[in-house]
Design a protein around this ligand. Structure first.
Ligand SMILES: C[S@@+](CC[C@H](N)C(=O)[O-])C[C@H]1O[C@@H](n2cnc3c(N)ncnc32)[C@H](O)[C@@H]1O
Length: 315
């Protein structure tokens, strides 16, 4: 459970932030950004510091509790020592695991669902059928609010050619297909004949079956086999997480200028925040999140939509 935060009440958060980053810079790797954010990478773990109107916000992370305690202790000791004109109090929260931070909670989730365009009968039926046929796996389906967002994004970019990686039973496919221009087409990729077959009758009922081309097989092969034209107007990545970096790369190369790629589950249920999670897909997602923010080809925004949604627009 190696994550803990502290809010240090002070009128001089930026001063302490700079002082700590500069002081620890002699024995640790540190970064200071112009936006009032500093990072200190100690051997034991990392502390991110941000200055805002409430004070100095600290986020300590480490691979284990012992490392976390060492980071907390080093940061708190230095801050208290620097504060010669006031008594600073650094009260760390109880350590939590990344997955405890996932989601906005049932109250906000319910309010969000109640205040966006609701699913019509065909989409609701698809959600119900999926739950009955797949049980717990139905959690993989995008929520109604995220589906409404996909329809809106598709419309906003005037998409004629859309690509989806990860069909499942096709809830997100229907949402994307509905936002396409009249002569638009969605190529959706999955490896499961069983799951995609469950959804097909609902695609008909939703009136978009003729716009959806399902390609069964590893999505990476499908993407790599795409011709240069037409360029992709919008893409949605929602499949096996370890392959996200490869999907992103294949798609960005084929996006038209102004085209959009949306990546779902970039929080990995909160595990992306927690360095204790070190499996291949955790590392791949953390790396990709860093790659996108530094990718000159796109402008990007990461949104707390459900399990985290990154939008990257090709320049
Ligand atoms: C999270 S679900 C997609 C949910 C879907 N977007 C929806 O809203 O209903 C992930 C899907 O990715 C598919 N998948 C996993 N590995 C894949 C691969 N290598 N290539 C293509 N699809 C894959 C799975 O079969 C599964 O249906």
């Amino acid at each position: 459970m190696p994550l803990s935060t502290a809010l240090v009440a002070t009128d001089r958060p930026a001063r302490y932030l700079k002082q700590l980053v500069s002081h620890l810079g002699h024995k640790a790797t540190t970064q200071l950004s112009g936006s009032g954010r500093g990072t200190v990478h100690l051997d034991a773990g990392t502390c991110v510091l941000t200055a805002d109107s409430e004070g100095l916000c600290l986020i300590a992370t480490a691979m284990d509790i012992e490392g976390l305690n060492r980071v907390q202790d080093a940061v708190a000791r230095h801050l208290v020592r620097f504060a010669t004109q006031e008594a600073l109090s650094v009260d760390w929260t109880e350590p939590v695991a990344g997955e405890d931070l996932a989601g906005l909670g049932p109250v906000v989730d319910d309010y969000l669902l109640a205040h966006c365009t609701p699913p019509d009968d065909a989409l609701q039926e698809l959600a119900d059928t999926t739950r009955e046929a797949t049980g717990g796996a139905s959690r993989m389906q995008v929520s109604a609010d995220e589906g409404a967002l996909l329809t809106m994004l598709t419309r906003l970019v005037n998409a004629r050619f859309a690509v989806e990686v990860g069909t499942f039973t096709g809830y997100s496919s229907v949402c994307i297909a509905r936002g396409l221009a009249a002569d638009g087409r969605l190529l959706t990729c999955d490896i499961s004949d069983e799951w995609t077959s469950i959804g097909r009758p609902s695609w008909e009922r939703a009136g978009v079956a003729d716009r959806i081309e399902l390609k069964l097989g590893p999505a990476l092969d499908t993407l790599r086999a795409l011709p240069a034209e037409p360029a992709i107007d919008i893409a949605f990545i929602d499949a096996d997480k370890a392959n996200y970096p490869a999907y992103y790369e294949e798609i960005v190369q084929r996006l038209r200028p102004g085209g959009l790629v949306a990546l779902d589950n970039v929080f990995l249920g909160g595990r992306v925040f927690d360095p204790a999670y070190q499996e291949e897909h955790h590392l791949a997602m953390r790396r990709l999140n860093e790659v996108i923010v530094g990718d000159e080809r796109v402008e990007s925004v990461m949104l707390p939509v459900r399990d985290g949604l990154t939008l990257a627009r090709k320049r």
